[in-house]
Every structure is written in structure tokens, then in C-alpha cells.
Ligand binder design. Sequence first.
Ligand code: FAD
Length: 422
Amino acid sequence: MKINVIGAGLGGLLSAASLAVEGHEIEVFERLPITGGRFTNIEYHGFSLSTGALHMIPHGSTGPLGNLLRKIGADVEIVPCEPMAMIRIPANGSNNYKSGFKDISFNQYGSQFSMWNRLKLAILLVTTRRWPPKNISFENWIRKYLNEDSAHKTANSFCGWALSLTNRDVPAEEAFEIFENLYRYGGTGIPMGGCKGVTDALVEIIRSNGGKIHKSTEVSQIIVENNTARGLIADGKKHYSDVIISNIGHPFTRDLYDSGTINNAYEEKIDNAKPSAGIKICLASEEPLIGHNGILLTPYCRRVNGINEVTNTDPNLAPAEKHLVMAHQSVQQEKIDKLEEEIEIGLQDLKEVFPNKKYEVILTQSYYDGWPVNRASSGSDIGNTTPINSLYVVGDGAKGKGGIEVEGVALGVMNTLDIIKQ
Ligand code: FAD
């Protein structure tokens, strides 16, 4: 089959590489002069910063992405995070980090609850796996069953780090699907070489299997005849194919064609799928600020949800003797026009999290609208099919259920490949 792919982000490259390995004729069209989309590196004074992701793979080498990379022979090493995550809690029962703090492991987090809540948590961990909660937000679920302020804060910090949402915006069902996947696949990992280590390996597979990647080539139209995608127009030229895979999300894909009819159900789903926004602050330091390669969740910060220090896995992501530390904070839609204030609060948070430590802020980045943290916030994904035959959407606007970020991208790609092969 001849397959055209719109966009060389992770989803587009994963689809293209998987299909190229199976012997299909592949052409990828990318409007930017680089490949990788929000999953590649930006070199800055010897630091490998990134176009989006925090150089982390939610389920490491044993999750959907790790498994798919292995299946297609991608030359990527994913190092497990040990510990997976620590939680920074204030000392002396205070409500902030100003008078001190301690870090406890994610697995032992429940031990600081009251005896009654510990018992309830143990029962809930079993019952929710069997009967996942329906029609309730994660926030309301926690308030209903645990009534612990610290549990609410930690859930918020986890959702902010993993999904760039508050726990109010995450359906409890989706949150438990994510926890289920943590049991099923295991915890986080960091790819050697960071995000670019992964996307460059996929580019290599596509090219070595005869696929073509056209950079700096924007797709301006999808050619639709009789409700079926026949090809696309890029740089004024027509490129015909049997199948089109779009990596640019459902709304931008829909804007590229005119099928002559409006599918109201599809339009409604597009309206309901909201992107999630966030801010990333990159720090450089000479001494380790965290000291391990897992996530440091910071539930008592006003804005920062979590922080990592990827140089504890791959020292080459920073110049010799330096560390790269990245902090993430979610941004609510109503705060998008106040990004500078949000960044300032995040910077103040970091001073409290790292008192008496010397570091330099090397970059602050904000992500929203067309370059968000997630094109469809978790729980609002639309799926991989479109109302047009032979036109599919992959990427984080079309993730698989319970798949955190790039794991959801991989699940969506696998689903799309299955449909195409039917
Ligand atoms: P995208 O990255 O959206 O790529 C789409 C590509 O299509 C782009 O290259 C774009 O230029 C191109 N394009 C658009 N329009 C056209 C057109 N008309 N013609 C041709 N090309 C076009 N995930 C994790 O798993 N771990 C993390 O640590 C993590 N941290 C994150 C932190 C931040 C701050 C952000 C922003 C994201 C983070 N994510 C993380 C999410 C992860 O980066 C994304 O889910 C993933 O990279 C999305 O990939 P995608 O397949 O949707 O493609």
C-alpha cells in the first residue's frame, strides 16, 4: 500500500516506521525543518532541552511505546527510573515548604494517612480495580472516599505532572485506568539521548526501509473523493495514496478537507476535546538538585507539579559536571492570558523547593493551542478514525484509553495499524 503521513511527530513517525518495516511505501510530510514535533531536543549551550516532553517515557521500556519500539527494531535504550517517584511533603505538618520538608516514596505515600484512611485506601485499591468509578471527577472521588487534604494535593500534583490537568478535570475512570496501566506495565524510564534518541531512531527505520521524509513541506489539503481520502497536496503538488495518517490532531485534520457534508456527531466530539496547557522551566546546576532519576512530585507548591533531573540517567544531556533539571506546571485554560504571572509563581515555587541551592534558569517555555501539552486532554480523546474513509488520526489528540501521553500515542498508533490491516 502507498501511505502518506501528515506530520513527523512521535505518532506520525511511529506509524510510518511500523508500516515501512512491513514493506509499505511511505511518504512523511513535515512542515518544520526538523522531525520529532514535541518529542525532540533543542540544543542550547550544551544542554539538550526539548520541544515539549520532559525526556520521560511513562511506562519505561515495558510499556506500549517501549514494546512497539522493540517490535520494530528501533535502536533505543530506555533506562528505568529508580525510584519511580518521590513526594516532597512539608515537615511538621505545615502547609508549605518554607520551614522544611522530607521526601517519601510514592509506594509508601499511604503510610502518612490516619489508620482509618489507610484501611479504606487498601479496600479501595482492590474494589476500584474490579469496579472502576463512573461519572465522577477524580477530585470528587477523593473528597468522597478519603477526605485527606494531602491526598487531594498529591492527586492534583500527579495529574498536573502526568496529564497537565487538575484532578477536577480528570474523570476518575480515566485516573484508575492510568493506575491500572502502572500495575500492568510498570513505571517510568528515560531514553538515552532524551526525546531525540527515540524520534531519530524512528527516522532511521523509515529511511532504511525506503520511506521518504519531506521536511519543511506543509500539507495544505487532503484530497477527498466520494467520502474517501485519495491523497494530499503539499507545496502545490498532488501526492496520491491508498491511506492517509494524520499526526496533527482531529480539528486541524478536518480543516484540510471539504467532504461536502458536515458530520454533527464528529463535530461535537471535536468541540468536547480540549487541549491541555502547561509551562516548563529548565534549570542548570553544578550540584544535583534532586539526586535521583525519578520524578519529584511537589504537591505543596502553588504551581509546580513535579520536577525531574534527567542527567542522573544520561549525563550527556548537559555539559560535563552540570545537571539539567526540568519543572512542569499545568495551566488552566482561563490562565492562558496570564502566562507571565504563572511563570513567576512557578519560579518562586522553585526557590522554596530548592532553598540554599545554586542554579540558573536557562529556559521557560509555555505550551497551549496549536503546540499544547496534549491535543486532547486525557479522557476526551476522539479515537483514530474520521468520517472520511482511509483517513486516520494518530498522536496525542487520538490516544488509547488510560495511556499517559506518549504511551497513549503508541496505543493509538497500534489501534490504527490494526484497523488499516483489516
Ligand atoms: P506532534 O508532536 O504534535 O507532531 C505533529 C507534527 O505535525 C509537528 O512536527 C508539526 O510541525 C507537524 N505539522 C502540523 N501541521 C502540519 C501540516 N499541515 N503539514 C505537515 N506537518 C504538519 N509526554 C511524555 O510521554 N513524557 C513526558 O515527559 C512529556 N512531557 C511533556 C512536557 C511538555 C511541556 C509537553 C508540551 C508535552 C509533554 N509530553 C510528554 C507530551 C508529548 O510530548 C506529546 O504527547 C507527544 O510528543 C505528541 O506527539 P504527536 O504524535 O501528537 O505529534
